[in-house]
Design a protein around this ligand. Sequence first.
Ligand SMILES: [Zn+2]
Ligand SMILES: [Zn+2]
Length: 313
Amino acid sequence: MAYDDPLDDAELRWLRLAEARPDLGAAVDMQRVLVTRGMELMAEVPRITGETSAAPADLLERLARQRAPVLDLAVDIDVDRLLPFLLGFCDDFIAGGAGDPARRVRAVIEKGEIEPESLLRASLARRQEAIRQRANHVGVAPDLVWLVAELAVGPVAHQLQHDALVSVSSAPPEVRSALRAWSRGECPACGSWPALAEVRGGARYARCSFCGADWEPRADACVYCTESGTAFLTAAAGEAQTGRHIEFCRACGGYLKQIGLPAATPFAILPVLDLETSDLDVLAAGRGYARPPMRPVAEPDAPCPEESRQSAP
Ligand SMILES: [Zn+2]
Ligand SMILES: [Zn+2]
């Protein structure tokens, strides 16, 4: 069934999930608050990004080389418009049970001990280590800082990704077709590992939960390490007709959830699909499999520093 407002669809699914899995009640309540704020943020994103594009001049070459990220997501954004959402997500965690650790994160951002603009830019560029170091330096929970920043910039990344790679009105046809040829496991736009795979019309698509990208990695191979031999296998999770599978890779120890769906899940409610299928994560963890950590971000090819170019004779 199609919904005009993804929140209507999400609400039904939360109710169903909380009823079927009372143990997930608190997680559902927290997610409802975060997704609702995320939707409000999405409405504001065009004013936050303005006319900015994340497409670099050599976008087609980057796509052809299959080297992620193909976009430069750490663009200039209107931080003043985004900051209330960043603090709002902190408030959601304070109210939702993360209490003091979340209160401390909010305080260091407000006092500028973690400077909001550099935090948001570092998150857009997926520089997890830099954010972790800064959080440790000022004595707040690194995972929480990473999470609130990700929630605040995810909708921005999604808009930039969509405009640069997908939108018929702003992405050139040759870019859109190069994206269809992207066969690697990592997200072309931002370089993250996929959160899960959707099986639609017999094909398997990877979905990035940070920027919402949707691509078709090489079939029958591990998205993380490209193993395609007997060490890589896809197993049904539960009844075959539910369309739920888990890909296991003994070569790298990674797993990926595979969910059969009639259509692509809208970006805003990808977290709902992830929570609905969290029993598969538990199952995979119980067998000793894990999702690999974030890929270290390849620093973009260093351009000539401004100064040296200017001082060149
Ligand atoms: Zn992505
Ligand atoms: Zn693997």
